[in-house]
Ligand binder design. Structure first.
Ligand code: BG6
Length: 476
């Protein structure tokens, strides 16, 4: 499976997020964030959907973010391993509450800023380009508790201050930025995507779309500020992508699939094309939603669109309008009926390498801007052998097929800046909070209950990915 597709300078690497890797959840002045209130187990799912029992961690629950994999203290060792694999880029996020512990503070927390300076310096020393997500699934708890999070317009200003602080501080170290991780996740997991906690009897749709408008305005303001501070900065959006297939050629199914994709494109249409699409206006009308906008919002959205499109791809989705067939809906955050042509992961996520090529083509056709694959990978149970070795051939197989389809997409004419696979080192799962859902080339000795030495070791896929990078995607 040789490929000549990948351009020189293609950004191979991996992607992590502060809340799933750093731990040290109250160190050096950091404030509590939404993810610090998300335990493992059943309660987590309720919280993800916006039903939060308490603004403090509860006795007797286990909160995986509090220690995570301790990247906060071990980043040098981890970056050395990434460098050994030949990484050209590391995507990581900044924890908002490390910089502004309460979100509404007047001055940033110097210790937090210094931590990321140290991380970026370490990366640059190793020839690794930092790719930074400004908000990856965490909001300072104070903003949730006392402002109602993103439903409140004030969050726009707090975010603008936060983003501007980062741009000024890191303007000579970080070129690639993204504003909101998987911005469309807000509609599916509102607590994760936007820190939303619902009140009894509230119109959830109204709250979600109002919050979405605020994030879209905040994103445009960040693009504006970043370009003013350093015109060479590339500021992107980030979509949880994955084409929706109609189950049949019944036009009702085809239309339904189109609408499901539009739920996600809605965000990117605004961030990349600069205006609310007609179908969104109809959706607001049909659902009696009244999205409050301020004078100047439309102008802002129009003038400050993103430079590139970051996206994650794990799976395609399949939809049907037939209630009988819909009974098979299962699997993941987006809910998909079973596609009889495809297999699933241990967590019910459809495995569809060709869907990756389809998705990349579709996004490029629609937006005509460079794409950046900032997440892709297989969450699987790894069982170390007697000597601790992990022979993760299943992971290699998944990645090989996906990288191969990515090269086909490039041959199709799609412009792709880079590929950062998700979780190059095992970390906490965002949806379940488990450690056993592993994505890494590097194994971390820690289990779901928090036991383990946190020792890092290389899996079989480590050497495989090293070869892929060294050959610029030719040796798969
Ligand atoms: C994306 C997120 O949704 O998928 C990551 O941006 C997340 O934060 C990843 O970890 C994989 O999902 P999960 O639930 O397996 O961790």
């Amino acid at each position: 499976m040789d490929s000549m597709a990948f351009p020189k300078g293609f950004l191979w690497g991996g992607a992590i997020a502060a809340n799933q890797a750093e731990g040290a959840y109250l160190a050096d002045g950091k404030g509590l964030t939404t993810v610090d209130l998300m335990p493992t187990g059943k309660l987590r799912w309720e919280i993800l959907l916006g039903n939060l029992p308490s603004y403090e961690p509860l006795e007797g629950e286990f909160y995986p973010s509090h220690e995570a994999i301790d990247f906060y203290n071990r980043y040098k060792e981890d970056i050395a391993l990434f460098a050994e694999m030949g990484f050209k880029a590391l995507r990581l996020s900044i924890s908002w509450a490390r910089i502004f512990p309460n979100g509404d503070d007047l001055v940033p927390n110097e210790a937090g800023l210094q931590f990321y300076d140290n991380v970026f310096d370490e990366l640059l020393k190793n020839g690794i380009e930092p790719v930074v997500t400004i908000a990856h699934f965490d909001v300072p708890v104070n903003l949730v508790k006392n402002y109602g999070s993103w439903r409140n317009r004030k969050l726009v200003t707090f975010f603008e201050t936060y983003a501007t602080t980062l741009f000024k501080r890191y303007k000579d170290k970080v070129k690639y930025w993204m504003t909101f991780n998987e911005i469309n996740m807000l509609l599916h997991l509102p607590f994760v995507g936007a820190g939303l906690v619902f009140e009894e009897g509230e119109d959830k749709k109204q709250v979600k779309y109002q919050a979405a408008h605020h994030q879209l305005v905040a994103s445009a303001l960040a693009v504006k500020a970043g370009h003013e501070i350093n015109p060479d900065m590339k500021i992107g959006c980030m979509l949880a992508a994955g084409q929706t297939y109609p189950y049949s050629c019944n036009p009702d199914d085809v239309f339904d699939a189109m609408e499901k994709d539009r739920d996600s494109f809605f965000f990117i249409d605004v961030q990349s094309r600069g205006k609310y699409p007609g179908y969104a206006k109809r959706f607001f009308r049909d659902n009696n939603l009244n999205i409050v906008m301020e004078a100047g919002d439309e102008e802002l959205l129009k003038n400050h669109t993103v430079d590139y499109l970051g996206f994650s791809y794990y799976a395609s989705r399949t939809t049907s309008t037939d209630p009988e067939i819909n009974k098979t809906t299962s699997g993941n955050v987006f809910g998909s009926i079973e596609n009889p042509y495809l297999e699933k992961s241990e967590w019910g996520w459809t495995i569809d390498p060709k869907g990756f090529r389809i998705t990349a083509n579709q996004l490029y056709d629609r937006y005509q801007k460079p794409l950046f694959v900032v997440e892709n990978g297989l969450g699987a149970v790894d069982v170390p052998g007697e000597n601790g070795e992990v022979n993760d051939d299943y992971r290699i197989e998944y990645l090989r097929k996906h990288v191969s389809e990515m090269s086909e997409a490039i041959e199709d004419g799609v412009e792709i800046l880079g590929y950062t696979s998700w979780g190059p080192i095992d970390l906490v799962s965002a949806s379940t909070g488990e450690m056993k859902k592993r994505y890494g080339y590097i194994y971390v000795d820690k289990d779901n209950e928090g036991n383990g030495t946190l020792k890092r070791s290389k899996k079989k896929s480590f050497d495989w990915y090293k070869e892929v990078i060294a050959s610029n995607g030719e040796k798969l």
